[in-house]
Design a protein around this ligand. Sequence first.
Ligand code: HEM
Length: 501
Amino acid sequence: MLPSDVCRCRIDPDVETVQSTWNTYRRPTLKTSQRAFSLPTSWAIYWVWTVSSSPTVTSGRPNERWPATMFSANKFNTWVRQVVHNELDQIDSLLETVASQNDHDIGQGLYSTAGTSLEKRSGTHGGAIAMPELFFRYTLSSFAKMAFAADLGCLSEDPVSLQKPHPFAVAFDYAQGVMNDRFVFPIWKLSERIMPYGREMRRSIKTVRTFGMAIIKQRLAETGADVSSIQIDEKDASFNPDDLKQCSLQNEGKDLLALFMEQTQDPQALLTVVLNFLIAGRDTTAQTLSWLFYELCAHPEHVEHIRRELDQVMGKDAASKRSWLKYDEFKKLPYTLACVHEAARLHPSVPKNGKEVLRDDVIVPQGPNPDNLPPIKVYAGERVGWSDWVMNRLTEVWGPDAEEFNPQRFLTRDASTGQWSYQQQSQWKFHVFNAGPRLCLGMNLAGYEATAFLAATLQKYDFTWSSKQQGQTSDWPPTYANSVTHPMKDLYQVIVTHRQL
Ligand code: HEM
């Protein structure tokens, strides 16, 4: 918690200024954040919560480091779609195994004994599966294939595999939790040196780096580069580089790493790219899907809307024929997309964010300013922060039901045909993907991956929140974990059965 005397909090529309003005604000470094946090008398943090409804979007992307070609429509229609469909085949086989066993055991009345026979045969606890775990594997596996042509072996058709933790994922999650603490804990260096969690952190970092370097070494070697100087120190790491496989799918274009390798062959620079993209591509989408499935368990009436839409657009038997969603179809599913966006609104994957002030500036309130807030002066070296989580729950912005899961806020319905249409929101209001020049490059990828998952599974299966006796390990509602992004504290379990028509 920030001390209130040094943190000026207000609700106003200034996030647009901070994000559109490139030469004045930049991403804060850990160093500057800690400097700020360690000098409580001399620093000020302006925690700026936005109420902007201005549709103005600054064009241009001053930072050309990210290869936007990776996110082109052509990529989505070919390589991305191919990878997503391949993952959905595996997921469907996995769910089919679990659902068939559950259907059988429910039919035999075995559920009264807490599904013990299911547990033995499927490896799932009481016949329930940890959906968030499945989502993390889906996004990690697909993203590693799309971006680096690497098969991490973390997603298979076998439900038992979900119970075997993937060393990279475990280390990555652990490191993110500790990194989050570093931002608010001034003596983290000392603490990590003497406390046992510090040793675990060093081990996690080693595992993550070993993993990233193994990908880079493999790919550089394929280009004929001399990789003899790249030493991978496996000692203490819980990831064995030999476990890394080349993706068996054929990509005719260049993947993300290939695009970066055209700019540099420096392994350290490439490692930063690989890890940054993994955090952007894996966690955000998996967390959104995790919160979405929880919300759909809580509000099953929306599942019926999604199913009606899927039947209409894709045909009733699409999922049973394994005819998965194509990229150009995902925007034809307004209700489904609205559910994804509503889950992202209530549980934004990047719940807090900020920029460092590079030169003195005055932030002038823009848009509606009912409280007549004055301009605010910020000084070079300070940080400006905002919380999308808070912004998304403000009744001033989203109306009296701001805290409710209501996908229909993103929709309008044609009174004569009953058809739903998606209502585009201003980026400064629906701000979970950021806005302006730093709009998330993976927004459509996330939308496609999430809607394709819903389309593949909801037509065919029912998902029910499991009881404690059936192995539930999460509270209802689930709580947030401490991290840079927005994961759940405990992975919840659902019972999967074939859909009852
Ligand atoms: C629900 C899913 C997602 C959410 C909520 C989300 C959110 C965000 C946010 C808030 C930012 C701005 C970070 C900042 O500069 O402060 C961002 C940037 C970015 N995201 Fe996403 N993201 C999602 C999925 C993805 C995916 C799947 C990718 C694929 C790689 C991706 C790639 C990126 C990239 C490359 C940037 C940096 C853009 C730039 O600065 O030029 N994101 N995202």
